[in-house]
Design a protein around this ligand. Structure first.
Ligand code: DP6
Length: 361
């Protein structure tokens, strides 16, 4: 896949002014992406459910740039407040893709972004934020060069660009579920882009819920990017990548057949492995909190006692994601409220499998 294109330059005498806007969701990985190499290429394939309530809305404003240089100046506002650190990351992302989109060097860009979830909730926002930006960029290409008229090509390129911004963002482009990374058993899978996965899932997963129980609002001590880096020296790295491939093979089958028990055992193992890898990194670190462990024990006890399909997963943080079919919402919802929420900050976020990004006029 080579998206480099020196022809995507604007007429210097008629540089445009305008804006584009997208809403893009977060996603929750079932098989985790943990470890990367080269230019944002994953060490193993990952699979995620696309979320709905947790999303980012991003408006990208453009106007002619006054100076002639190689920079891509970016102003960035989160809920109206300037965010210099995030602006710098986005500027680095844009400057890194000027061989794909050389027109970016001709424009002054301002990004107005907001998240549906509270800033301080400790919820990862890079997947929704970077995918929303990538979509805005593809909209610019569509607008300026009348290209990417085919939706499949549009979202594929957006996934490629989103990956360069943040690996997990490549998976936020499609309804219901996405798979990123080459896997021998998945036709069309690639390390460079995520592919849609909805049609491979049994209907039971299409309306799955993800209730997030917040354990801590503190920002992470170790960023995901630093965590990926530590995998390069982790003594368990090779077996982990093998395990991820095997997990994915088994999950593909369980997802097609709607086998909740196998699905649950794999996603819980993935979550615990992710955190075990952090604990066995050098330097080692721990992102789970005592409350996370207590909740995990309670989820497992509840499952055995009630015989209900409630499973957990974790991101790179202490908050517990609870996955279950929507038909059990009442019984499971009550258990989460009464037995889990009080162990954390008391705050929960109700999310469910979603339909993917939307362009906003
Ligand atoms: C634990 O996508 O945030 O959420 O590519 O460095 O931006 P970068 O990392 P990022 O890593 C996410 C890791 C994870 C698992 C996952 O989403 O697959």
């Amino acid at each position: 896949m080579d998206y480099r294109n020196p022809k995507l330059l604007l007429d210097a005498n008629q540089l445009p002014t305008g804006k584009v806007k997208w809403r893009s969701p977060s996603n929750i990985a079932l098989v985790k992406y943990w470890g990367k190499h080269g230019r944002q290429l994953p060490r193993n394939a990952s699979l995620s459910l696309t979320l709905s309530a947790a999303h980012t809305e991003t408006e990208l404003h453009y106007r002619p740039k006054k100076e002639h240089n190689d920079r891509v100046p970016v102003n960035l506002f989160l809920d109206g407040t300037p965010q210099p650190a995030f602006a710098e990351r986005v500027q680095g992302f844009f400057e890194g893709i000027t061989t794909i989109y050389p027109f970016l060097r001709q424009l002054d860009l301002s990004v107005y972004t907001s998240n549906s979830f509270p800033h301080s909730a400790g919820i990862a926002s890079s997947a929704s934020a970077m995918s929303a930006l990538a979509l805005c960029l593809c909209s610019l290409e569509r607008k300026f060069f009348l290209a990417l008229s085919d939706d499949q090509a549009f979202f594929r390129k957006a996934s490629y660009l989103a990956r360069l911004g943040s690996g997990s963002a490549s998976r936020s482009l499609y309804p219901v579920a996405a798979l990123w990374g080459y896997h021998t058993e998945v036709k069309g899978s690639s390390d460079e882009v995520a592919i849609p996965f909805a049609d491979q899932l049994h209907p039971v997963f299409q309306s799955f819920r993800d209730t997030i129980v917040l354990v801590s609002k503190a920002t992470k001590q170790v960023s995901s990017s630093a965590g990926h880096q530590l995998m390069e020296q982790n003594v368990f790295a090779d077996v982990r990548y093998q395990q991820a491939n095997q997990h994915l093979s088994r999950l593909l089958l369980a997802s097609r057949e709607g086998d909740l028990e196998i699905f649950g055992s794999i996603i819980e193992s993935e979550a615990l492995t992710l955190h075990a890898l952090m604990m066995t990194s050098n330097p080692s670190y721990i992102l789970m909190e005592p409350a996370t462990l207590e909740m995990i024990q309670r989820v497992r006890a509840f499952r055995t006692e009630q015989q209900l399909p409630l499973y957990f997963t974790l991101d790179a943080g202490p908050n517990l994601h609870l996955l279950y079919p929507s038909e059990h919402m009442e019984a499971i919802g009550a258990f989460i409220q009464e037995s889990l929420a009080p162990l954390g900050t008391g705050q929960i976020i109700e999310d469910s499998v979603g339909q993917g990004p939307v362009e906003i006029d």
